[in-house]
Design a protein around this ligand. Structure first.
Ligand code: NAG
Ligand code: NAG
Ligand code: NAG
Length: 338
């Protein structure tokens, strides 16, 4: 079972959408307040680098767009990295640190994708403004950017996170990251333990509107005669399709997480209503009466994209380091030498 939890938000192909450019230029406008900053909470604030590195968001968007054009899989990849970073020790970029027994070395992080894109973005930022912008903020800006590139709405990313210097493989466990076999209770409790609401949990599960999961994360629902207690069974036609993809147990074949895997849209939630949720942790959101109404609501593209953007701002504030805590790492993958 534990072998399975590394595929909540996985890799796939997405298409470039026009939305992106509309939303991107919107940021430029929103980002012009001079003088006093609005301080939302936790020491983070919008437009954090407007004096110290005024073009940081443009620099990152440019690098990430370039990488996305070459490899659409960085969208689900970076989105998943953000989730795995924020839920383990907070959004401190500890996930990116290389080394023995770091978070990154965990089996649940074995399939992460998009490191090169993040390194490229950070290196470009360091060139323009050395030692100013944290890796944690670069990751959050890049996450917003890949959602835009895949067709979602953007959001203002509050900045000012500092980077962690500690990264432990044992922190990557089921108290911090949900199993693909989690039921609604498990998911609600885990998100609540991070200060996130039930509604935010459901909408963030919609990250599975892009990406793929390997057969082993759900094939218990295909090859077992024992009904899954917390998720209604697959629709017959979907089950036939999945059996053709994963004919035997424990295969590493990758299957789309929703029926429009190239688009960041509300289709994931339609699929849940039609018993086409891939993982137990997806379908349980429809099967459980506490979360079902949120599934219905998020079927609307506009509602989903707006709710998702808001929930991502909330997620990006989990357990952040600010002030004198942590450091501004010069590189994504190693701590600064003392
Ligand atoms: C990781 O472990 C290997 C083998 O024990 C050792 O050779 C290497 O120096 C270690 N690396 C770090 C960064 O600690
Ligand atoms: C899981 O991670 C938490 C910290 O986030 C830690 O307190 C706990 O000991 C870990 N559990 C195991 C079994 O290592
Ligand atoms: C959900 O899963 C947990 C074990 O992880 C179990 O204790 C609980 O009874 C399950 N069902 C519900 C409805 O909470």
């Amino acid at each position: 079972m534990a072998s399975a939890w590394y595929v909540r938000l996985c890799a796939v192909v997405i298409i470039l959408s026009l939305d992106s450019f509309v939303s991107a230029s919107k940021y430029d406008k929103v980002h012009h307040n001079s003088g006093t900053h609005h301080v939302p909470d936790g020491g983070l604030r919008d437009n954090y680098y407007h004096r110290s590195c005024p073009h940081v968001e443009k620099i990152i968007f440019k690098e990430i767009s370039k990488c996305f054009k070459a490899d659409k899989k960085i969208a689900p990849g970076i989105l998943r990295m953000s989730f795995h970073d924020c839920f383990v020790r907070g959004c401190d970029c500890s996930l990116l640190l290389k080394g023995n027994n770091t978070e990154r070395s965990s089996r649940s992080n074995a399939n992460l994708h998009g490191f090169e894109a993040l390194n490229a973005a950070k290196d470009a930022v360091e060139k323009a403004c050395p030692g100013v912008v944290s890796c944690s903020d670069v990751l959050q800006y890049a996450t917003r950017d890949v959602v835009i590139l895949a067709g979602g709405f953007g959001w203002n990313v509050p900045g000012g996170r500092r980077d962690g210097t500690v990264s432990k493989v044992e922190d990557v466990n089921l108290t911090n990251l949900p199993s693909p076999r989690a039921n609604a209770t498990n998911l609600i409790q885990l998100f609540e333990s991070k200060g996130m609401t039930l509604a935010q949990m459901v909408v963030l599960s919609g990250a599975h509107t892009i990406g793929k999961a390997t057969c082993i994360t759900f094939d218990n629902r295909l090859h077992s005669d024992i009904p899954e207690p917390y998720a209604d069974p697959y629709s017959p036609s979907f089950k036939l399709y999945l059996k053709s993809q994963c004919p035997n147990p424990n295969m590493f074949v990758r299957v789309n997480l929703d029926s429009t895997p190239e688009k960041f849209d509300g289709r994931y939630f339609h699929d849940l209503v039609h018993h086409r949720g891939l993982l137990t942790s997806d379908q349980t959101l429809m099967s459980d009466s506490r979360t079902r109404h949120c599934v219905y609501k998020n079927r609307d593209d506009g509602v989903f994209k707006k709710n998702f953007a808001e929930a991502m701002v909330a997620m990006s504030k989990i357990g952040v380091l600010t002030g004198k805590d942590g450091e501004i790492r010069r590189r994504m993958e190693v701590v600064n030498s003392k």
